[in-house]
Ligand binder design. Sequence first.
Ligand SMILES: Cc1cc2nc3c(=O)[nH]c(=O)nc-3n(C[C@H](O)[C@H](O)[C@H](O)COP(=O)(O)O)c2cc1C
Length: 340
Amino acid sequence: MKDLFSPYKYKSLELKNRIIMPPMCQYSVDNKDGVATDWHYLHYVSRAIGGAGMIIIEMTDVEPDGRISDFDLGLWSDEQIPALQRIVDACHSYGAKVGIQIGHAGRKAEDAEVPVAPSAIPFDENFKTPRALSTTEVKEMVEKFRKAVGRAVRAGFDSIEIHGAHGYLIHQFHSPLTNKRTDEYGENPTQFGREIIQAAKAEMPDDMPLIMRISAMEYVEGGYGIEESIVFAGEYQKAGVDIFDVSSGGEGPIAASGRPGTHAAYQVPLAKEIKKGLDVPVIAVGRLDDPILANAVIGNEEADLVAVGRGMLRNPYWSLEAAAKLKQETAIPKQYTTGF
Ligand SMILES: Cc1cc2nc3c(=O)[nH]c(=O)nc-3n(C[C@H](O)[C@H](O)[C@H](O)COP(=O)(O)O)c2cc1C
C-alpha cells in the first residue's frame, strides 16, 4: 500500500515522499534581469526545510518577451544560472529534490511590447494582439527551450518540467482555438511541443525524467476535453515525456456556464484519466491541501504524486504537519523536533 510518505523513484529521481510543491510565479525579480533573488532563495529553501519531497521552481522563461511579467525568472543567459544553483544546492542539503518549470507565455506575455503566438489572436480585449511567429522563428524558439533546459541541467536540477498548460505558448500551439497556422506547425499541432521535448531530452542526462504540465481540459466554448488531451499527451509521451503534471484551463476568458468547480481535488479525475489512458505516472494538483485527502489520492492510486500549491504558500511546513496529522514518520529538522 502506498501513501503520501512512501518514497518515490522514477529513473534517477528519488523522492523521500510524494509531496510536490508546484510551480508558482513569485513576480519577485529585481532589475527585470530574470535572476533569482534572496526572496526566491528563502521561499524555496523554506519549503525544503518544511519537508516537501520535490520543489518545482516557478515558470522560468526562455526569452525576455516570454515572461508573463518583467519580474519573472529567466534562463536565457548563463548569468542566470548561479542564483538558481544556490537554491538547488540548499534545497538538496535539506533533503528535497528540485525541478524547474521552463516555459514561454506567448500571447499572455503582458509586458512584451508585441507578444508572439502561433496566430495573431489576442487572449481577450484587454490583452495585446500578438504577432504570429514565422516558421523559422518557431524553430528558433525550440532552440531557446533547448538552451534554457541545458542551463537548468548545469544548475543541478533533478528534473525539468516543460510548461504545456494554462494557455501559454505550447498550449497555444496544440489548441485548435489559438493555432490557425497553415505551415507544418499548424498541420501538426503537437509538433512544436514534441520538438521542444526532444530538444530538452537531448540536453538532459538519459536517466533524468522529463515532466510536462498540461491543461487536460479547456473551459471555453469549443475547447478540447479529456479525450482529446489523452491523444495529444500520448504524442508528447512518445516524444519523451516521463511524467505528466495534470492541470486544466487558462486558454481564454470563460463564460459563467463553462466555469469548472473549484471544490477539493477538482482536477484529480483528470489526472486519473491521463494515468489510466496512457499508463504513465502523474502528478495531481488542485485544492489538495487536506493531508487526509492528499493521502487518499495516493492510496487509491489516482495519482503517483500530489502537489500542494496555495497550501504551501500559507504554510511552508505543510509536509511536516501532514506527517504529524497522518501519524507518519518523516525527518524533522533537529532544531524543530520539539515543535512536533
Ligand atoms: C501565486 C501562484 C502562482 C502560480 N504560478 C504558476 C506557474 O508559474 N506555473 C504553473 O504551472 N502554475 C502556476 N500556478 C498554479 C499552481 O501551480 C497550482 O496548479 C494551482 O495553484 C492549484 O493548486 P492549489 O489548489 O494547491 O493551489 C500558480 C498558482 C498560484 C497561486
